[in-house]
Design a binder for this molecule. Structure first.
Ligand code: AQP
Length: 338
């Protein structure tokens, strides 16, 4: 059953040619940190990304480049399992079982479905987009996961995963699955769009000037930070409600330097927004440049990258097979002989 060491699971979709700063600060840095002393399993969830109807060749390319960015940011294949979701068929199978435990009403309350379906319109809204959180619950429960490091936008989906785990245990017997806990950082759990600082930064939905992409040309990164939307009262203060733009910049500054926000505010007292933006642009470029360079190295060695993913899929499959078998038995599916 559940392993003695705490198990961590998280994933990202290959929905862009580059991850964005929110993915990096809100999730990826925690993935790297949680590798210490725990059993970490990370995935590129390509099945999820099919909900946005990607071009097939683009999806293949993005799957590799997403995995490359995980490695470049510090996911260590010697210590963690890194794999592509579609390489482990148990994810789709468990999602079916979990969908029979999910109420229509509770799935319909997911705010990300409402947001994404509004963004893609009626013609782009498919059933997969609606059942997305059920597949996400399957991703997590398959690995007897204790801890799930994600950004704030995934909190509601994680609640559903917990509810489903508790429901399975209540109906099928305690210990059928492990109930996962969210791991969401308070400060960087939500990094905002630079042009619309009340919306989260997003790979698929932010505008080119609202986003910081990890793999972007450093000149564009700097330009986007320097032209970030701020208010007109020209006072550097942390006040997310009334000064969303500058507060977002201060959050990023603090995350990259490890310095407390009041400290940074004190340093910039009486200075112009331009000062803060110029310094932050340098900090962001400095932090992202090595990640970009290491990603390009991995992308240039697709065989090496595919070998890491193949090894990860074999390790993930070995765990997933056992969990799914246990759940199949619990729900009463007739065991296959021979
Ligand atoms: N702006 C953000 N601030 C902090 N964390 C964030 N995450 C995403 N945006 C921010 C976290 O990064 C991981 C990415 O998960 P995903 O690829 O499944 O997609 P998502 O949550 O929907 O993120 P995106 O970047 O907005 O992707 P698209 O555009 O494809 O929907 C998660 O842990 C998420 O919380």
């Amino acid at each position: 059953m559940a392993s003695m060491t705490q198990r961590v699971f998280s994933a990202m979709q290959p929905t862009s040619d580059s991850l964005q700063l929110g993915n990096y600060l809100g999730a990826l840095l925690q993935w790297v940190e949680l590798q210490d002393g725990r059993e970490a399993i990370y995935s590129v969830v390509d099945l999820h990304s099919l909900t946005l109807a990607p071009d097939p060749a683009v999806l293949t390319r993005r799957t590799r480049v997403t995995a490359a960015q995980f490695l470049a940011a510090g996911v260590d294949p010697e210590r963690s399992v890194l794999f592509v979701q579609s390489h482990v068929h148990e994810h789709a199978e468990l999602a079916w079982i979990l969908s029979t435990f999910t109420g229509m009403g509770e799935a319909g309350r997911m705010t990300q479905f409402k947001d994404k379906s509004a963004q893609v319109g009626e013609s782009g809204t498919n059933v997969g987009l609606f059942t997305y959180p059920v597949l996400m619950a399957a991703d997590i429960l398959l690995y007897d996961t204790n801890l799930v490091p994600v950004g704030e936008d995934q909190r509601q989906h994680l609640e559903l995963s917990r509810d489903l785990a508790q429901r399975l245990n209540a109906r099928l017997g305690e210990g059928t699955v492990v109930v996962p806990e969210p791991y969401i950082t308070k400060d960087t759990g939500k990094i905002y769009d630079l042009q619309e600082p009340t919306k989260k930064m997003s790979k698929s939905f932010s505008s080119p000037r609202g986003i910081i992409e990890i793999l972007e040309d450093p000149k564009v990164v700097a330009k986007n930070i320097k032209s970030a939307a701020t208010d007109s009262d020209a006072v550097i203060a942390f006040d997310p409600e009334n000064k969303a733009g500058v507060s977002n910049l201060l959050t990023i500054y603090s995350a990259l330097t490890g310095r407390a926000i009041p400290d940074i505010v004190a340093e910039y007292e009486g200075k112009m927004y331009g000062h803060l933006k110029g310094d932050l642009a340098e900090l962001v470029v400095e932090a992202l440049t090595p990640v970009r360079e290491r990603t390009l190295d991995w992308v240039e060695s697709p065989d090496r990258l595919d070998a890491v993913l193949a090894e990860g899929a074999a390790k993930a499959s070995a765990i997933a097979k056992v969990t799914l078998g246990r759940i199949y038995d619990s729900v009463g599916l007739l065991p296959k002989r021979g």
